[in-house]
Design a protein around this ligand. Structure first.
Ligand SMILES: [Ca+2]
Length: 374
């Protein structure tokens, strides 16, 4: 799922699902509030890193910017949010820490409003203009040159083409220029408590976010992101960042906020981890054959071998050599200004939909990658 933020039509957010939910144990020793990893005053080097990374000074009161005037009692807070109590019982977090972090947060109504707004599906021709512009194409070509050495190393390790990695970077954050200004902590708590349709998903993300803060030494109240909790130049949700972000420049930090080398490798790491097929000949092929609408599946999870499509009389464009008979193929339909457009899509198109489940998103990534490719 992807959308644009009202008033900022260039912004996109990542909404990835289907990731391993194995948290692993995490304990916060009871050494007082200041010892909680997410609050602890870090060593000077770490402090400088965090301040620089977030562009803000650590606040004197962590919740000052979005605290409710009065916190509910501890008993009421946990009875209203039994899922938090469950985390305590699982040994993931101490109740004091959760209460201190979350009980005073005032939900951000803007976040829910924008999440509802994104359900409005735009035709692809309108959607496309939000993400592909002359500036973005030019920017992508520039980044391909500027980071050529890094991208070569990334491609060697992950087998994902440089232009696809750069296209995702461009679409997600305009190559790092637009990473979102929402408190990730407040956003995830808001969506965990005030957005029933996907509350379970966002509670999972909040859990991963708090674990991530502990593991990476982040102060949770300082991290900024999209209205859906996506962070950094790659706009990864916490669960994705925990699992796929990598330290590719070797400085010991998985920095998807300010280090393009890490950003590019982390994007490739995600795609490789979701089955990117090195050297696949086609990402997609346009087709126009009678009865195509009856063949579109609501999901790309069950693609069919090419010989099945041949049996349905699906015709390839003239001059295109056919895929292998057993190659996995899906069919997507995009609504355009003047009607419907159909494309056969292959494994790597499906892999892009693991980043964002929208076929429209995968299509703009494909189109931008094609246009910036040298
Ligand atoms: Ca690094």
């Amino acid at each position: 799922m992807i959308t644009t933020r009202p008033g900022n039509t260039k912004k996109a957010c990542v909404m990835s699902d289907g990731i391993d939910r194995n948290d692993g144990p995490a304990s916060f020793p009871d050494q007082g509030r200041d010892s909680f990893p997410c609050f602890r005053s870090p060593p000077s080097q770490r402090r400088l890193f965090l301040q620089g990374m977030m562009g803000v000074a650590l606040l004197s009161h962590p919740l000052a910017v979005f605290a409710a005037s009065k916190a509910p009692s501890r008993q009421r807070f946990f009875s209203e949010h039994p899922w938090l109590q469950a985390w305590v019982e699982r040994g993931l977090f101490e109740s004091d820490r959760l209460y201190d972090l979350l009980a005073r947060i005032k939900p951000d109504k803007r976040v829910v409003k924008w999440m509802n707004h994104q359900a409005e599906a735009k035709p692809y021709n309108q959607y496309r203009t939000l993400f592909i512009s002359e500036n973005r194409i030019k920017g992508g070509k520039n980044r391909l040159k500027r980071y050529a050495k890094t991208l070569q190393a990334v491609e060697e390790k992950y087998q994902v083409p440089a232009e696809v990695v750069v296209a995702l970077w461009g679409i997600e954050s305009s190559y790092g220029k637009n990473t979102g200004g929402f408190s990730v902590l407040r956003t995830l708590f808001t969506l965990s408590t005030g957005y029933p349709r996907r509350a379970s998903f966002f509670r999972t993300q909040l859990r991963h976010f708090l674990l991530l803060c502990q593991e990476e030494g982040f102060a949770p109240h300082t991290l900024k992101g999209s209205y859906a909790g996506a962070m950094g130049q790659a706009q990864m949700i916490p669960e994705t960042m925990r699992r796929y972000a990598v330290d590719f420049d070797g400085d010991g930090r998985r920095d998807i906020f300010h280090t393009p080398v890490d950003v590019l490798a982390s994007i490739a790491s995600f795609l490789a981890g979701h089955g990117w097929k090195a050297g696949e000949r086609y990402t997609l092929l346009p087709v126009q054959t009678p009865n195509l609408k009856n063949l579109v599946s609501p999901s790309l999870d069950k693609m069919k071998p090419w010989h099945w499509w041949q049996a349905q009389q699906v015709q390839l464009p003239e001059g295109v050599s056919p895929p292998d008979p057993n190659q996995s193929v899906g069919l997507v339909r995009l609504k355009e200004k003047n009607g419907l457009r159909y494309h056969l899509v292959f494994t790597n198109f499906r892999v892009i939909t693991r980043w964002n489940r929208s076929s429209r998103f995968a299509m703009v990534v494909h189109e931008l990658a094609e246009q910036i490719r040298v």
